[in-house]
Write a protein that binds this ligand. Sequence first.
Ligand code: SF4
Length: 473
Amino acid sequence: MCDDCLFDTLHEECGVFGVYDRTLNVGHYTYWGLFALQHRGQESAGIALADEEGIDVVKGMGLLTEAIKKLPEKKGFIATGHVRYSTTGSNNPKNIQPLVIHFQGGDIAVAHNGNLTNALGARTRLEEAGSVFQTTMDSEVIVNLIARSRKSQVEERIIDATREIEGAYSLVINTTDKLIGVRDPNGFRPLCLGKTEHGYALSSESCALDAIKAEFVRDINPGEMVIIDDTGVHSRMIVDEKDLPKQASCVFEYIYFARSDSVIDKQSVYQARLNMGRELARETQYEADLVMSVPDSGTTAALGYAKESGIPYGEGLIKNRYMGRTFIKPDQKQRELAVRMKLNPVPSVIKGKRIVLIDDSIVRGTTSGIIVRMLKEAGAKEIYMCVSSPAIEYPCYYGIDTSVRKELIAATHTEEEVRQYIKADKLHYLSKDGLCRAISQIDCAHMCFACFDGQYAVDVPKEVDGGNKYALE
Ligand code: SF4
């Protein structure tokens, strides 16, 4: 069990970032960019720094401040950064990104966000052909494919590699004279382009461009590769336009993963979450005394619910912001203590009240049950649990750690059984239609909803016991 499983949440995937600018200290700017992407991965971090002489890299385990205490000596003019939560390959120092290799075609650093669905087969074929792997990450398959390509230009090598891989990948890659961004043809994970003083930046989310005062230029399109060098930004497609599959951007970026202040594919994440709360209020029409959230991820939707319903919003749970990882693998009793350590009810706010409680998702249901009990013990009269997403019934294979199917409570229990399990007085999941209306700037047909409806845009591997995270180990 991972330490964070204590809290029964979904896990962010990874964050990627890169800067090309001959006038800036690009190592520092990448460090700040990764700070803004820390919510996407807290297990490890790394920065690769390049100039014409080569690529140096620093990496470490933990949060950015623990992982990177010093940057490489060289100033450099290209940098690639990565923050990681392990979705394929365990939480292990050898799996820290960016992966840097020296091969016949030169030096290259690769940072990957997403999960390849054919990693096992691709890796087996590469091993049979003589490749040696040093990590247990699917990302190393991409690096190997780039190195083995017979093309001379790095862009062509990358395109060759993408022809062999399937699934989700937003990549930031640098050589000693280029910064390259690639978004997979379905556009599962986000990637955007920003303008720095005399160069450009690439980022998983626009909030990191804001952090370094880069001007947002645009999202990288599904199936697009952008090449940044001294002559500017050049764009080309990694697949023919006629072969582009339907876009399948991850809807969970808007529900939970992305930072509220980011804009992804022209949709403000904050506005989408506010709208989810409004849609929940319209769907439920509950009579209640207080709207509150499970902080922080449910907070914006709770504000939307309060605005739409006219029911006052209050802070009935206070979050301990300094609760990091713990070595304790809890039994049921300790799990409850751990949740209490993280969230504490405020009796004066909740006593005697009928409460609409907003959370972004229910995965296994364990934490929700503990929170409902805590609130009732602190004096709440009734708890109406409202979830700002539909019920999660299927695992994700595109870069989110959602547990195996049998652990997802909604896969094996009806809504009424889940309500009884968490001991809420009412339970309501946002409908798919409500969610689509909330994400108003994007056509629903262009988003992935597979963890709700099992309609996977790219074929997925057979589920193995314990999940696919460790499939390469
Ligand atoms: S399966 Fe769910 S979490 Fe995974 S990409 Fe699709 S919507 Fe996102």
